[in-house]
Design a protein around this ligand. Structure first.
Ligand SMILES: Cc1cc2nc3c(=O)[nH]c(=O)nc-3n(C[C@H](O)[C@H](O)[C@H](O)COP(=O)(O)OP(=O)(O)OC[C@H]3O[C@@H](n4cnc5c(N)ncnc54)[C@H](O)[C@@H]3O)c2cc1C
Length: 399
């Protein structure tokens, strides 16, 4: 990774860079700035240095702006944690397959980790024609440097025209690092991917301006065209374990000694919920009136075997933790049943749940926008309707 270059002759040790560094990567030692391994080469310090003593190394490679036709094929990074592939990657494979078929080209999966045989074969079942597998103890847990360096080397060698990653925490991190090192464009958090039939360009659609418009973004002059896509926007395709594909083993680029970051432990957050995978969600908004207003929703969710979601208004009010938030700045969900209680249906909330199979809206206001997308709407007080539903479901489901 690129690190900051400090001209120690020019540096006066004023400390301006230390103050602005968002990563605590700079300190003044014996009158000059010193950079440590926290540096991400973000460049925030460069513009504040009054004596121009700071710079970044020259790009290892210039951006690809010529011979774009030599870039062919669609690639997907397959994310794994503790040897198990993330479902977001299979959603990406479904889209990758569709785009590759439209372009008349191949789909390649990139699998990085340790003991990745099973994941590599799954990638073929989910649509890959070819799987690059980097299998090494240094890749057992995700770290930006070794993962990014392998993908960058592969892109330089094999030249894909499109590279897709899931917009998970790791995917967002990796996509940014890879796009930066390749000097190409990246559209984050897409909700739609299409091919322009005339130009073969990838049309990358995502919400913009606080979710009030949908912007379609192109990468016309650089390759690969890179995009991350949010979890649950697309369906996971049916795997076909009879499918045949090619598995290509690829070497690691960095040895353990060359990797600055070490993963010491994973700590699971207490009370963590995964609403993204829930089949049924009972969600509450400002209309629940306070933290205790979620209680009837929890009961209904429990009887239905579902999870509790929330609007940002409820989360911002501190009534329920952020992990429950559905929407543009929360989770995207795609359950079979979404029951929205006391939620008005702002566009930013809908961005995270409108693809739910069945939407039931409970709201006092008959003109609430949530009713525009609801499969079934109940106009009334949630504190009467939700307990009545719980009682009926309890009888029917005997829970
Ligand atoms: C950049 C940006 C990102 C955002 N991201 C998100 C996001 O990720 N998720 C999100 O949800 N929002 C998000 N928002 C906020 C969003 O615009 C709305 O402000 C928010 O969704 C409103 O939440 P709400 O529907 O709970 O509250 P309100 O809009 O206040 O609606 C409350 C509803 O409850 C009904 N009600 C009240 N009492 C009862 C009752 N007893 N019974 C039945 N109904 C009742 C009312 O009629 C009303 O319709 C974002 C905004 C911006 C600008």
């Amino acid at each position: 990774m690129a690190l900051l270059i400090i001209d120690t002759e020019a540096c006066t040790g004023c400390g301006a860079c230390v103050d602005v560094c968002p990563f605590g990567a700079l300190e003044i030692i014996e009158g000059v700035a010193v950079v440590n391994e926290n540096c991400t080469a973000c460049g925030a310090c460069i513009s504040v240095c009054p004596v121009e003593a700071l710079s970044l190394p020259e790009a290892e490679e210039k951006p690809v702006t010529e011979d774009l036709e030599s870039y062919q094929g669609v690639w997907v990074w397959v994310e794994q944690f503790q040897g198990k592939a993330a479902s977001i990657s299979w959603e990406m494979m479904g889209q990758g397959r569709r785009l590759a078929d439209e372009l008349g080209t191949t789909l390649t999966a990139c699998v990085l980790g340790e003991k990745m045989d099973r994941v590599a074969h799954e990638a073929i079942a989910y649509g890959a024609d070819r799987v690059f597998v980097a299998d090494d103890p240094t890749l057992r847990v995700y770290r930006t440097e070794p993962y990014a360096r392998i993908l960058v080397e592969l892109v330089r060698q094999y030249k894909p025209e499109i590279f897709l990653l899931g917009a998970s925490s790791r995917g967002r991190d990796l996509a940014g690092a890879v796009a930066t090192l390749l000097y190409t464009g990246l559209t984050a958090d897409c909700t739609g991917l299409e091919i322009d039939p005339e130009t073969r360009l990838l049309l990358q659609t995502r919400p913009a301006y606080g979710g009030n418009i949908m912007a379609t973004i192109l990468t016309p002059n650089h390759r690969p065209q890179m995009a991350t896509v949010r979890h649950r926007v697309f369906e996971v395709p049916e795997p076909d374990f009879e499918r045949q594909g090619q598995i290509v083993s690829v070497p690691v680029v960095l040895s353990e000694d060359e990797i600055a970051s070490k993963v010491v432990d994973f700590i699971v957050e207490e009370g963590e919920v995964n609403i993204a995978d829930a089949k049924i969600i009972v969600a509450g908004g400002r209309g629940v009136g306070g933290p205790e207003g979620f209680e009837p929703l929890r009961e209904l969710a429990q009887v239905l075997g579902g999870a509790v979601g929330a609007s940002r208004a409820a989360v911002d009010a501190g009534w329920i933790p952020y992990a429950h938030q559905v929407g543009q700045t929360g989770r995207t969900v795609r359950p079979d049943l979404y029951i929205a209680c006391g939620i008005s249906g702002a566009i930013q909330h809908r961005a995270g749940m409108s693809t739910s199979r069945v939407i039931v809206a409970i709201n006092k206001d008959p003109d609430a926008p949530i009713f525009d997308i609801a499969t079934y709407g109940v106009v009334g007080d949630l504190f009467q309707i939700v307990p009545a539903l719980t009682e009926q479901f309890r009888k029917k489901l005997k829970r």
